[in-house]
Design a protein around this ligand. Structure first.
Ligand code: FES
Length: 81
């Protein structure tokens, strides 16, 4: 299956989270902090740190490490917090 990330097609496996799909595709950071614009991506991987926030199908501030990838999901990255 495939998801769309910032307009780009990214492959995802059944049962994989959005964060895992991004990581498998080589993306290590997909947003920045408001202060200092420091890169953030997958950190804890268990929903604690909120570093992995993305927008999925128009729903903002979703933790990518907890969100299962579904075929056709549209993911937008680059938010600040
Ligand atoms: S990586 Fe920490 S909440 Fe997702």
């Amino acid at each position: 299956m495939n998801i769309t990330v910032d307009g780009r097609t990214v492959p995802a496996e059944e049962g994989q989270t959005i964060a895992a799909a991004l990581h498998a595709d080589g993306l290590r950071a997909w947003r920045t902090t408001r202060v200092g614009a420091r890169p953030r991506g997958l950190f804890c991987g268990i929903g604690v740190c909120f570093d992995c926030l993305v927008t999925i199908n128009g729903r903002a501030s979703i933790r990518a490490c907890l969100a299962p990838a579904r075929d056709g999901d549209v993911v937008t990255t680059g938010g600040e917090r």
